[in-house]
Ligand binder design. Structure first.
Ligand code: ATP
Ligand code: MG
Length: 248
């Protein structure tokens, strides 16, 4: 099924065309993935464990490069030459927050990106404090990420990404380790962002319903469904057919 050809693609924020990817000496994980994400889209990327969601998202930011096919972000093809511009446009929160927090304190973690792009130190500090406060973490600003809980680390990683005001936000399993109160807060924060497009890989189907309006299902190496989140989550047998039961 080519979802790609049915959608308007000329001003797509994200365009993925016939993408294939295999890890060395492994069977291919992605076998012709195509989709386009338009400004304003809030998209859930669903699929069972091991279906390739993280692998696909990492291609959007050029951490992995396809064995065949193309990825375009904001009209730029993802290739080694364009990575600095791509990474300015696209904010990425890893499935494992430990991969992106490395400074002595979380305040410095959140200041790191803006300082790198030339923001004055006082402004970067104020902005970092505001972002940490939004997630109730300002009291921990002098701690290192290693001294926080898993859920708190995840929120710091998100604050660090939001500090760069990305046009496109990619979140890989953002609710892991968050209690219901923080899941609700995170949904509210995401709902208020001016970000052009958001893509969220998640197994948290109820939360996804609150935060996205479109759902892609990655299954068997391809995008097998592209429909409204409401329609997908309203169809239990369709979900079951992709090994995505609502309850267990
Ligand atoms: N570095 C790697 N080397 C070899 N195989 C890998 C590597 N990383 C992932 N894989 C394999 O690629 C497949 C897809 O993994 P991926 O992490 O993209 O899945 P996922 O859909 O994100 O899963 P989850 O829901 O558990 O996060 C899996 O079969 C996995 O074992
Ligand atoms: Mg994953």
């Amino acid at each position: 099924m080519t979802v790609f050809s049915e959608r308007k693609t000329d001003r797509a924020e994200v365009l993925v065309k016939d993408l294939c990817f295999a890890y060395p000496q492994q069977p291919s994980v992605l076998q012709g993935v195509s989709f386009a994400i338009q400004p304003g889209d809030r998209v859930a990327l669903l699929g069972p464990t091991g279906s390739g969601k993280s692998t696909l998202l990492e291609q959007l930011i050029g951490l992995k490069l396809p064995t065949a096919g193309e990825v375009w972000i904001g009209g730029m093809r993802v290739e080694p030459r364009t990575l600095p511009q791509i990474r300015r446009r696209l904010g990425f929160c890893f499935q494992d927050a430990n991969d992106q927090l490395f400074m002595p304190t979380i305040l410095e973690d959140v200041m790191f990106g803006p300082l790198n792009y030339g923001m004055p130190i006082a402004q970067a500090k104020n902005q970092a404090r505001d972002l940490l406060a939004r997630f109730g973490l300002d009291v921990y600003e002098a701690r290192s990420a290693h001294e926080l809980s898993g859920g708190q680390k995840r929120l710091v990683a998100l604050a660090a990404v939001l500090a760069l005001e990305p046009a496109i936000l990619i979140l890989d399993e953002p609710t892991t380790g968050l209690d219901p109160r923080w899941r609700r807060s995170l949904a509210r924060v995401l709902g208020e962002l001016p970000t052009q497009a958001i893509v969220i890989a998640s197994h948290d189907l109820h939360w996804i319903r609150q935060t996205t309006d479109r759902a892609l299902v990655l299954y068997g190496g391809q995008i097998r469904e592209d429909c409204s989140t409401e329609r997908l989550l309203g169809d239990r047998s369709l979900l079951e057919s992709y090994d995505l039961p609502l309850d267990y």
